[in-house]
Design a protein. Sequence first.
Length: 137
Amino acid sequence: MNRTLFEQLITHALARLPDTFRAALDNVEIVVEREPHPALLRRMGLRPDETLLGLYEGIPLPERGHGYTFAPPDIITLFQGPIEREAHGDPDAIAQLVEDVLLHELAHYFGFDEEQIRQIEAERDRQRQQHNQGGSA
């Protein structure tokens, strides 16, 4: 998938966010990198067979004090290569994974920890499964 189309998937995922969440993203930069740098993977403590799909770098909203002004933007990076490989190159799966990874990293920005995010993702996956089986969520 070319980078422009990948970036359009991000734009579409952002457009699906509620207005209140989008309004809070005025100092967040979302970038696309082809691959995570090997030094980053080592710094994150990942094994050679592991990779990153996305990364949030910044100070979560709940941790900011009153004097938090004129700060550089927080950065959310989506790694296109790993996302495409995880989705096995399927365009629909790539689009869904872009949205999932973006929401995961935004959750960090909004102050959720990994355990809270896992719970949210498990509920989302349960609802998707019910929807795909024709049940109501």
